[in-house]
Structure formats: C-alpha cells, structure tokens
Design a protein around this ligand. Structure first.
Ligand SMILES: Cc1cc2ncn([C@H]3O[C@H](COP(=O)(O)O)[C@@H](O)[C@H]3O)c2cc1C
Ligand SMILES: O=C(O)c1cccnc1
Length: 347
C-alpha cells in the first residue's frame, strides 16, 4: 500500500486517538492473587501503607501474580527549544549537548541514582542541536512531525519491567507551563515557576512568553493533541508516546516531575484512564506541579523539594517500588512462621 499523506485534518493524530481507545486494563487475576497473599503475611493488615498498594499496582499493570522488577529502566528524552531566545532559563542552550555528554560519562545526578538503585539508563537525543520553533511566535510542530515524535517515544520503550521517565531540555519548564495553561486554562502566572532558578525578571519574561504563546492559539486548544502540537516540544511528545507504549507492553510507569507531568496531562485530557498504569514518583518544587498532580488524580510518593528533572525523582521512587516488592515476595505467612493471627472479636 502506498504511504498515506499526513494532512492537518487526517491521520496520524487519529491513529493516536484510536490507539488510546484500545489500551489494556488492569489484570484482575494478578491483583486478586497479591491481595490474597498480602492478607496472609506476618504483619497487621494495612500496616505497610502505600507499599501494599504499590505491589498491587505492579501486579495489575504488569499482569503478574508474583510481581517483580528485575530490569527497571530510566528513559530520558533530550532536546532543545527555540523559546529560550526569550531568556526564560537561568542556563544557556549549550547545556543540552554538554549534559548529554555528562550522562554518557556518568557525571549527572541521574547516573548516581541509577547506580545506587541498579537501574538501566537510556538517553534519547531528539535532534538536540536543532531547537523546535519558539512557541511564542510559531507552532512547535506540524501534525506529521508531532505524531512522528510521539511514535519515536513509543518505539524507544522495549525490554523493561518498570519505566522511569525523564527529560533534559533547557527552557522546557516554559514549554511545559504553556502546555498546561493550554490544557487547563487559567492565567500564565498559575503555571509558571522558577525552573532552573530564574530571578524575578526572568519569571516575568517566562510568564509573558507563556501568555503570548497561549493567546496565539486561542480557539484551537480544545483538542489536547493540538495543544501538544502548537505549544509542546519534542521531549514532551516523545514522553507521551513512551507512556502509551508502556501501557501496551504492560510496563508500569513512574512519572517524574513538572515537565513529565505536562506530557501525562495531554494523555489524561484525551482519556482519563490512560494514566492508570502510572504513579507520580514525587512532587517537584516547581510550584504548579502539585496542581497538575491534583488534576491528573495522582498522589506523589515522595516530596523531597527536588526540582531537577532527568527522571531523578522517578528513579528514587523505583527504589521504594523494589522494596515494596521484596517485602511482599520475601515475607513469611502467619502459617509458615507460626505467628498467631489477629484474634476474633472486639479489641
Ligand atoms: C546543568 C543542568 C542539568 C539539568 N538536568 C535537568 N535539568 C532541568 O532543567 C531544565 C529545565 O529548566 P528551565 O526551563 O529553567 O531551563 C531541563 O533541562 C530540565 O531537565 C537541568 C538543568 C541544568 C542547568
Ligand atoms: O520538576 C521538573 O520536572 C523540573 C523542575 C525544574 C527544572 N527542570 C525540571
């Protein structure tokens, strides 16, 4: 069959929409099996708090009655943004390529977290030397380019049993704020924060940039994929694809901070069940992140005042997931250990 042209009104966004309607749900048998075992373990019911729900979550979304995480993966999508010409970051664009080299040399924060928690690391270079257009004045993508970048993110994900998603891209907190403002409305101030640490004047430039970008597209922001196409960036599009690919491959996902949450929010606006296989690893110090988490209905596992990105919060939370699973698999049952169960009647 001849390849189909991707016009602005036809495929491929429709392909993405239809894929979202055919995502697998939770595995109820695996869920029931871990709940049954959980009740027999030598501890008061519920005493491990959210760790118990984490085990259920891994079982349900990996479709495994004996859930394990042996091959966790951090995937970082890295790119650059034309919006930085508005001086919206405390750091220059040159940091993008330099950080790619730092990731490869093992010198970044995420490298150390991966070593400490035995997590694989893959960094995907999304044309790091070619910035996307400045969203204050141009669309980030055409439809074919946006869909192709989502597809790139989908194809990037193979062979993991837990996925920690992160990003690198100077200026991307501005882009994330624009996407979130486009999706959820309100004013630019509601969604903008210091990112890498801009000063008051920098924050004012960020706010004005987001305001301009969103105002340019008024009347076209009803479709979340159009918000992504007009106001997004390559890492945000690829992250959306990666979240979808993980669902199709039954890989549970740990979402990182503010920037990753913008990709998640696009999917959530398309279909609120599309993030059911995802947990929010942490709440970033970027002020609007807590509101995004509220909107996508996720309570963060960690609140450490982090605001780095790079999947750093997600990779830390991977350690908690591994601990939860080790406890569940390794503990003795009341019967095995000869420990008395809860006494009947009121106490
Ligand atoms: C050395 C360095 C390492 C980083 N690792 C992640 N980020 C984070 O900061 C950037 C977003 O913030 P803004 O929108 O203010 O530019 C992204 O690259 C993000 O991943 C970094 C930033 C820097 C400077
Ligand atoms: O929370 C994040 O994702 C974040 C915050 C600041 C800078 N870069 C990323």
């Amino acid at each position: 069959m001849a390849p189909q042209p991707h016009g602005p009104t036809g495929l491929p966004f429709d392909d993405i929409r239809s894929l979202l309607t055919s995502m697998p749900g939770p595995d109820e048998a695996a869920l029931a099996a871990v709940r049954m075992r959980e009740a027999d373990l030598t501890k008061p019911a519920g005493s491990l708090g959210r760790l118990e729900q984490i085990v259920e979550w891994v079982a349900a979304w990996s479709a495994n009655a004996k859930p394990r995480v042996d091959r966790p993966l951090v995937a970082i999508f890295a790119t650059s943004h034309g919006v930085t010409r508005n001086q919206v970051s405390a750091f220059p664009d040159s940091v993008n390529r330099q950080m790619l080299e730092n990731f490869a040399a093992g010198g970044a924060a995420i490298n150390q977290i991966c070593v400490a928690n035995d997590i694989g690391l893959k960094v995907f270079d999304l044309a790091i030397d070619v910035p996307t257009p400045d969203i204050a004045t141009d669309d980030a993508f055409d439809e074919a380019g946006c869909a192709a970048t989502i597809a790139f993110g989908m194809e990037a994900i193979v062979g993991a049993d837990l996925l920690c998603l992160g990003e690198m891209g100077i200026g991307n907190t501005t882009v994330a704020s624009a996407v979130l403002n486009g999706l959820y409305g309100g004013s630019a101030e509601d969604w903008v924060g210091p990112g890498t640490g801009v000063d008051k004047a920098g924050l004012a430039r960020k706010t004005e940039t987001v305001r301009q970008a969103v105002a340019r597209h008024e009347g076209h922001l009803g479709d979340p994929l159009e918000v992504l196409r007009r106001l997004g960036g390559r890492e945000i599009a690829a992250l959306a694809g990666a979240i979808m690919a993980a669902r199709l491959q039954r890989i549970p996902v740990l979402l990182d901070g503010f920037v990753v949450s913008a990709a998640a929010a696009v999917l959530h606006r398309l279909d609120p069940t599309s993030l059911d296989h995802c947990l929010a690893a942490h709440v970033s110090a970027e002020p609007a992140h807590a509101e995004v988490l509220r909107r996508i209905g996720k309570a963060p596992l960690l609140d450490l005042g982090m605001r780095l990105g790079e999947a750093s919060g997600a990779a830390l939370a991977c350690g908690i997931v591994k601990n939860a699973l080790a406890i569940h698999q390794g503990m003795a049952t009341f019967e095995q250990a000869g420990v008395s169960g809860k006494v009947a009647g009121p106490h």
